[in-house]
Design a protein around this ligand. Sequence first.
Ligand code: BGC
Length: 759
Amino acid sequence: MNKIYASLLLPLMLVASSCGSDKTPVCAHRDADLEARVEKTLKGMTLEEKAGQMVQLTISVLEDETHEALDPAKLDEIFGVYKVGSILNVMNGRAHSREQTAAMIRQIQEKSMEKIGIPCIYGLDMVHGANYLTDGTIFPHEINLAATFYPAFARRMGEVTAYETRAAMVPWVFTPTVDLGRDPRWPRIWENWGEDPFLATVMSVEETLGLQGEDPNHLDLEHTSATLKCFIAYSVPYTGKDRTPAYVPEHDLREKYFAPFLAGFKAGAHSIMVNSSSVNGMPVHANKTLLSGWAKEQTGWDGMIVTDWSDLNNLYERDHVAADKREAIKIGINAGVDMIMEPYDKECCKILVELARTGEIPMSRIDDAVRRILRLKYRAGLFDNPVWDTNAFPRFGSKEFAEDSYKAALESEILLKNQGALPIAEGSRILVAGPNANSLRTLNGGWSYTWQGEGDSYVPQYNTILEALSARFGEGNVIYEPGVTYDLSVNDWPRENAPEIGKAVAASRNADVIIVCVGENSYCETVGNIDDLNLSSNQKDLVRALAATGKPVVLVLNEGRPRIIGDIEPLVDAVVDVMLPGNYGGDALAALLSGDENFSAKLPFTYSKHINSLHTYDCDDAVDIQWPFGHGLSYTEYSYSDLRYEGPETFGAGDVLEFSVKVKNTGGRDGREAVLLYSSDLVASHIPDVKRLRAFTKIDLKSGESKVVRFEVPASSLAFVGADGKWRLEEGDFRFSCGGLSTTLHCSETKIWNTPNII
Ligand code: BGC
């Protein structure tokens, strides 16, 4: 048994991060020797070299005409003349093998050392495993890992991602995504941990620690630098469309959206990436209060801020807060940006030099930015090891990592409804239908082999849902007739071919049960913008027609966001949301539908029922929804009893509240249950949230077995941010609930904190 499976067997208890005194948070992780090396390097640099370090270009600027190799003249120019400090992205816009990637980056690094004497830092979007390597391990996306309610998977994904990414000579990844997925229309919901700040905080800290390890100053060759993104509130655009403005009350920004970033700073995250759009009328790339104030000065965090793709250009091209490129760079750097993901225009280095010469950007700001960039490079170990032996990674692409990914997929697929259709009986004849039934691309989603996820051809060895079901139930028992298919001739989402629903209905004559796999094709960023959150009408028609046959129908949702199915859900017998479970998602589904394995995932978001009733669980609850946050069934039943508070009747701000609850598996199957503890502030000076998740754990329970689960909740973590922007815990009653039980306690004091961050 390998390390992770041993640790996965241990019950893991999580408590809210502790809050308390009026102290500045501990977000700087300084190492005196490292700082001395940073200062020494900085002192020896020319202004041109400093400007170059602040610029990141995309690899395409170095490619030759074949797009499969680097152009030596371009290498000389970019590093020799422009002194560029960082490169990102994949050659030719697609994944390559570990060996090809490493060889290409070795060339870049050797040129950087020859021409500048400072290592280049290469960054890649490895957001769910080594998704940009043809031979690496892909994990389920973050939204799936959130549904496991088991943070060990987030830690493990971080560890495996870092190991395999390093094996390809890449020391820096643009993950984890820590914004809150609170608007289901947004096309990047699947890149996040769902709607709850506490769940997102716990998961993103675990992934960060998995990526970087426990010592942020000395990464070894099995860890990579992490990037928390996209700072801040990128995930709630008013229109629901990617890269459009958000409007968020400041108290929510501080209390909810900032929480995962702050926790990530404390965990030592090396960098953050900025929200591509605006919050409350100000592009975040131009917002000094947020970048220099909230992220750096108020926390003491000493990491590095990189822009998102071409976003300083957006300050003049899209947002009109700058007249031209020069002014945009000046605004962005003065606001607190350290590195510009330009990504095409090398002349930006020269503009930076000019702005520094005229004093429009003070030298102190340039030095601060370069210091942070050098610190990142020292922390990642690049000065000591600009290149390394990429053959020394024996676990790369191993069976061990594949099993981790499979296990995560298994615990992430959510049983939302079951009126007896599941598990599917042995020997059943199954019709498999729907556009997602025979596609690997739809299981992996975006950021898989290519940006938009059209990567099936690189990895024919993995099973689609259809292939996995055929392997499990026998090819002779499985009939495939999709009824609806995606149009793959265009890389413009979403397009469907003319439906052939009649064929699927005809094929159902020979079936005992129908599994209809619907949802979305893969997409990423603005390409995934939609005008209607409803599942497509072709797909709904297919489900209606198949349901009308009278055969039991299992609806499998394979989607990056909760597409509305309110009108077809009553027609089907069972619903499973697999979301984006990765290369092993089909195998995991076959094991779950057959009953070889039991379901244990729960929704990390509210599943809305109507387009005009979008909702999050912490808000006013008079909304008709499909399924609530935390909903998820299994093949067994659990009963909860004896929710107890172990302490005096009233509590103060400094107390840690201890709870216990007994959970029993009352059904006939062994299972794993996520146990969730919520609090409700019953009366407050500012409308309190209906309830908030404060602690959770996941336990194994054999049929008939009971366990007592214990939780600890620091009273100060119940504080909220009032309209005046201050954290406050107010005297009054709080209800704690878990598994349908509740107990009410009294807080005996009001405490108001005078610092922006309490930890
Ligand atoms: C995305 C980021 C990504 C960056 C670099 C941007 O378009 O918004 O999430 O990290 O590109 O590829």
